[in-house]
Design a protein around this ligand. Sequence first.
Ligand code: ATP
Ligand code: NCN
Length: 202
Amino acid sequence: MRAGFPTAVAGQTIGLLGGSFDPAHAGHAHITREAIKRIGLDRVWWLVSPGNPLKARQPAPMADRIAQARAVMDDPRVVISDLEARLGTRFTAQTLRRLKALYPGVRFVWLMGADNLVQFDRWQDWEWIMRNVPVGVFARPGARLAARGARAAEEYDRFRLPGEAARLLPGLHPPVWCFLDVPMVDISSSAIRERGDWRQGA
Ligand SMILES: Nc1ncnc2c1ncn2[C@@H]1O[C@H](COP(=O)(O)OP(=O)(O)OP(=O)(O)O)[C@@H](O)[C@H]1O
Ligand SMILES: O=C(O)c1ccc[n+]([C@@H]2O[C@H](COP(=O)([O-])O)[C@@H](O)[C@H]2O)c1
């Protein structure tokens, strides 16, 4: 594997949590631990995005966001990575296509908060994502109910597993997704940014 790329072996189950992480916080750590436990993942990779294609605002520099993510999530099962910057991808479907080719036999699961399910049908090639990668969606304050009525949720309703069956996600052929009604942690990067510059020494 190329330098800077996380290692994985065929048969492993790896959750991918993409985000701006501007900055990382306890909500990210919480859904990551829940994903490992409830889906039975071997690892979770945090994909610290070069920039969300739907957000106009430029995030803090990658190095600051990575350092803060490592401080928030110090767990040997979690890899904090700038993979998308290394791959030169910004859209999730592009990233997933590349990862599936680079890591044959690894079973990836896309992880996201309920707020992202609400706007998922605006993502590039979102139906390709649904049809090629199992998806785990986590309850989030303010978005739990809206997620139920999301276009993606409605159109893929018959491919939805009950939350108790989340452990089946990595082994099933997509489309397959699951809403995990986990206890919610009411925290967001934007709320932290509103309190001022979070960067150490800034
Ligand atoms: N408190 C939380 N509960 C559940 N999911 C969360 C929570 N915080 C973030 N997530 C999810 O983690 C992923 C990355 O989130 P992101 O880095 O954008 O943080 P954010 O707090 O949503 O940021 P912002 O407030 O700037 O939109 C997204 O899928 C998001 O839905
Ligand atoms: O691929 C897309 O069109 C797309 C649109 C919006 C968001 N995403 C991804 O969703 C993840 C969460 O983004 P964010 O900014 O809410 O943290 C992150 O990995 C983004 O790259 C992807």
